[in-house]
Design a protein around this ligand. Structure first.
Ligand code: ADP
Ligand code: MG
Length: 396
């Protein structure tokens, strides 16, 4: 157990694992179990080493109180199927049920505690409150393994404070994510192309800012592109537009011209009169977007141009769909970009929850890419150059 050497022999020990099991649900049906599958190797490795594995995780955004709609019970059941062994389930986070379930574990057994965000202290900004909750979590275990990459940018009890209270180690999933992110930031192999899309430009400004100093080319699509197109003086009709970010986008375009880091915008877009799956699409040039239409995807010429740049790169990071891929008629740009990433001779990385869901929905296999990150926010914060508290805390 090289990775967990700092924990000593884990056989017979209770090991608390913070996983990211935050999957999309439709009722109690899991619509994409990618994050559960990604969490399996660490849990299995610890279980096979004889640890009594206690998994803590969150699901959705409950308001700090139990809410059946966000119960981890169906997730625990799916985890059991994937592990091929029974998984015990505690009906609370640190209470009587959690203690009883943990006490009942034999060596190698696995339990899942109820949604950690059913307890308001998990995300409290008050260190004392959060610490008290972390004490209770720590009392359930002898060691802690941090494996929820999607939450390592959060200073929360089950991510940060609990690591200060138990012997701790980085889980294999988090270690892989950090390794990949380091390859993207420390001396990446060139040409280095970054593709950004998704809905809001304001979510991605800091990462654009940082990557303008690192990448060779930034390709921009998705809803955020219309703020850039507006900054170039184009009319964008009823497309998504963040008026208060136009000036910042203009500055980035200016900086790109000065620094030689190319920002490439689409030359054509697919527009429709309504934001609807069956709205009739029309391809228009970016300088001819009708005032009563909404841009819902990059156009075919742009998709081909983006694909060519991507396929010719040695390092590619992609975050954010190129269009409203949830509607088949507007998934073409996202499909072209995904396809091009699979053809990269080098490192191709897909980051972001919706981007990962998009490639799966479009039928691409996970292993067609160099790496699919499980944590959108965390990978973006890392690429912004920020410190991730859930990582820093493991280092001391
Ligand atoms: P990720 O989760 O991969 O970081 P985001 O959350 O930033 O990505 O954005 C994903 C969303 O962006 C998708 O739901 C998609 O429908 C939306 N989107 C993409 N292009 C457009 C567009 N032109 N107009 C409106 N929404 C868009
Ligand atoms: Mg998203």
């Amino acid at each position: 157990m090289g990775r967990y050497a700092t924990l000593g022999d884990v056989a017979g020990k209770r090991v608390l694992v913070r996983s990211d099991l935050n999957v999309p649900l439709d009722g109690d049906q899991i619509t994409d179990d990618g994050r559960i599958r990604a969490s399996v190797p660490t849990i299995r490795e610890l279980s096979e080493a004889g640890a009594r594995v206690v998994v803590t995780a969150h699901l959705g955004r409950p308001t700090g109180a139990p809410d059946a709609a966000y119960s981890l019970r169906p997730v625990a059941a799916r985890l059991g199927e994937l592990l091929g062994r029974e998984v015990a389930f505690a009906e609370d986070t640190v209470g009587d049920s959690a203690r009883a379930v943990v006490d009942g574990l034999a060596d190698g057994d696995v339990a899942v505690l109820e949604n950690v965000r059913f307890n308001a202290r998990e995300t409290s900004k008050d260190e004392t409150e959060r610490g008290a909750f972390a004490d209770e979590l720590a009392a359930l275990a002898d060691a802690f393994v941090s494996d929820g990459f999607g939450v390592v940018h959060r200073k929360q009890a089950s991510v940060y404070d609990v690591a200060q209270r138990l012997p701790h180690a980085m889980g294999g999933l988090v270690a892989t994510e950090i390794e990949v992110l380091q390859r993207l930031t420390r001396d990446p192999q060139r040409p280095y192309v970054v593709v950004l899309g998704g809905s809001k430009v304001s979510d991605k400004l800091a990462v654009i800012d940082n990557l303008l100093g690192k990448a060779d080319t930034l390709l921009i699509g998705g809803g955020m592109v219309f703020t850039f197109l507006a900054a170039e003086g184009h009319e964008v009709g009823n497309s998504l537009l963040e008026q208060d970010q136009v000036e910042t986008c203009r500055e980035y375009l200016e900086r790109s011209r000065e620094s030689g880091v190319e920002i490439v915008l689409p030359t054509d877009v697919l527009v429709a009169p309504e934001f609807k799956a069956d709205a009739p699409p029309t391809t228009v040039a970016v300088d001819a977007i009708p005032s009563d239409q909404i841009g819902l995807d990059i156009g075919p010429d742009s998709a081909a141009a983006f694909a060519e740049r991507i396929a010719g790169a040695t390092t590619v990071f992609w975050n954010g769909p190129m269009g409203v891929f949830e509607f088949d008629a507007f998934a073409g740009g996202t499909r072209a970009v995904a396809q091009a990433l699979t053809e990269v001779d080098g490192l191709s990385v897909v980051g972001g929850g919706d981007s990962a869901a998009a490639v799966r929905r479009l039928g691409f296999a996970d292993d067609a890419f160099g790496h699919i990150s499980t944590g959108g926010g965390a990978s973006l914060e890392y690429l912004e150059g920020k410190e991730l508290p859930g990582i820093t805390v493991l280092e001391d």
